[in-house]
Design a protein around this ligand. Structure first.
Ligand SMILES: Cc1cc2nc3c(=O)[nH]c(=O)nc-3n(C[C@H](O)[C@H](O)[C@H](O)COP(=O)(O)OP(=O)(O)OC[C@H]3O[C@@H](n4cnc5c(N)ncnc54)[C@H](O)[C@@H]3O)c2cc1C
Length: 495
């Protein structure tokens, strides 16, 4: 059996690519090493609650916005139910020292108005920042279908950094910290991330913010149902082990863990680029390319604490809480003491009508497992040491939240915790980096096309992190095969 297209990795980018290819008549198969597709976003249930893992909310999903158009094209729109976050404050910024709170609204006019009211001296800086974010976000070929482009994608992202941009327009440290808070949605510090990469992620949230009823699980199920309708062969529990080549660096198939070979004409790999290197014959890529991929740095990882809150917390009903110790943005990759780290708190959902129980998810950045911190933390592979680390970090995070946020005091019960090791295991990422590869200044940005004829790359490493970034990466890779103009015209027809 020979497939027209084989997708490696069943995360959001791989699922997107599989649907696009199948919809365009390509006989398509998808390989996912986990038990089920979309392990990153599928979430889990405990004690009557559903806890999301890799998806809490998204930008760009309002009617007619890019993600809405993609979901319509993919046939997912009728299978999910979206709901808006609070337009007057979808994310609440809270600084602990000095005490300062700012509900971040969405919609450019609302954002401008709210900021100008709180920072009346800074109107010019706020305008400049917002105009620049909007410009960058709308300069992307799959975000703005009206622009003319033959060359979607960038191989290197240059400066200025977000920090340099903000330092140039204002001296107000609190304002800079608020405008940087969404760095937690891509995992790169303001001094390392280019203004451009930051704007690609933050820009989508500034226009509209939605959740999906049933969270990441519902989205994963919608993808699965659509794969079935389009007759994509899905192989879960199947790991791609080797990319097979024939002739002049030309793809012929993929060998799986069970030694079965799936022959194919095209292959789209959505796995971490360094994992791809391990399964491609050494001579297939130029040494310089290998070196650039080997040198890619990952984003930070995280400790996630899943808790029950009784009674439900109104404060995070339709908004998340971003907690900062002070107005200077801490490096999310640093192993700072817990009370010096930024944190993100999102609401968990009831599982089938347990009316009085709700919960939340606390995400605290932690260095990924490839760092020196981990080698000193766990010099030996000791399960007891790991359990005591997990327990200790959970206790410290809960204590910090209870002492610094009065609305949580005495109202939370611990349910479950996850660490960088958990992320590594469940999402099959090499070091448990929360958003995979860093999109940082001057670091190589892997492109969709490769030197191997028939092999293309997608995934958060190639575009931007987040569900929107992963979906765009799927379209970009398919556009290399099907033709970008054809795909973009078909997308336009969904508006
Ligand atoms: C804690 C957390 C919270 C997040 N919150 C949000 C949020 O609120 N909103 C948002 O938009 N985004 C969020 N994200 C980011 C978002 O989930 C990711 O950017 C996106 O899901 C990445 O999709 P992907 O397809 O690029 O990668 P992945 O989901 O990593 O997909 C790659 C797949 O490849 C599989 N794989 C690996 N190796 C092999 C192999 N050899 N053979 C076969 N399969 C293989 C893996 O199992 C995996 O399923 C969050 C992420 C995390 C971790």
């Amino acid at each position: 059996m020979k497939y027209d297209c084989l997708i490696i990795g069943g995360g959001v980018s791989g699922l997107t690519a599989a649907l696009v290819m199948a919809k365009n008549g390509y006989h398509t198969a998808l390989l996912e090493s986990s038990r089920k597709t979309a392990p990153t976003i599928r979430g889990f249930k405990r004690q009557g609650l559903f806890f999301d893992t890799g998806f809490h909310y998204t930008g760009g999903l309002s009617d007619g916005e890019p993600l809405d158009i993609f979901f319509q094209y993919l046939g997912l729109s009728g299978k999910i139910e979206k709901y808006p976050f609070d337009e007057n404050g979808f994310d609440t910024f809270r600084c602990l020292e000095p005490n300062f709170e700012f509900p971040f609204p969405y919609g450019y006019n609302r954002i401008r108005e709210r900021f100008s009211k709180r920072f009346p001296e800074e109107t010019k800086a706020i305008d400049e920042y917002l105009n620049a974010v909007k410009h960058v976000y709308h300069s992307q070929s799959y975000i703005n279908l009206d622009i003319d482009t033959n060359n979607p994608g960038l191989s290197v992202v240059h400066g200025p950094s977000l920090k340099e941009f903000l330092d140039r327009i204002t001296d107000n440290e609190m304002l800079k910290c608020i405008l940087s808070m969404h760095c937690l949605l891509h995992g790169v510090a303001p001094e390392e991330v280019s203004f451009f990469s930051h704007a690609l992620v933050a820009g989508s949230y500034y226009e509209s913010v939605y959740g999906i009823k049933g969270g990441g699980f519902s989205l994963a199920e919608a993808f699965d149902a659509r794969l079935k309708e389009l007759k994509v062969d899905v192989f879960c529990n199947r790991e791609a082990k080797e990319i097979l080549l024939s002739g002049e660096n030309e793809l012929s198939g993929v060998m799986c863990g069970d030694k079965e070979i799936l022959y194919c004409e095209h292959c789209i790999s959505t796995i971490h680029p360094q994992q791809l290197l391990a399964i491609v014959p050494h001579s297939a890529f130029r040494p310089a390319y290998r070196k650039r991929i080997e040198a890619l740095e990952d984003t930070c990882s995280a400790i996630m604490v899943y808790v029950k809150t009784v009674p439900p917390l109104k404060e995070i009903e339709r908004a998340n809480l971003f907690l900062f110790p002070s107005p200077s943005f801490p490096d999310p990759c640093a192993a700072d003491p817990i009370d010096k780290r930024p944190m993100f708190i999102a609401r968990a959902r009831q599982d089938e009508g347990k009316a009085f129980e709700e919960g939340c998810i606390i995400i605290c950045p932690e260095p990924h497992t490839g760092t020196e911190y981990w080698s000193t933390l766990f010099p030996t592979d000791d399960p007891d040491a790991y359990q005591s680390y997990k327990h200790d970090m959970t206790r410290r995070i809960i204590t910090h939240i209870e002492t610094s946020c009065p609305e949580f005091k005495g109202r939370i019960t611990h349910v479950e915790s996850a660490t960088p090791v958990t992320l590594k295991r469940y999402t099959n990422s090499p070091r448990g980096g929360i958003y995979g590869v860093k999109h940082k200044i001057d670091q190589y940005n892997p492109m969709a096309a490769t030197r191997i004829k028939g092999l293309f790359l997608a995934g958060q490493a190639t575009t931007a992190p987040g569900v929107l970034g992963a979906v765009v990466s799927g379209f970009l890779a398919c556009g290399n095969i099907i033709g970008h103009e054809k795909l973009r015209e078909e997308l336009k027809a969904c508006i």
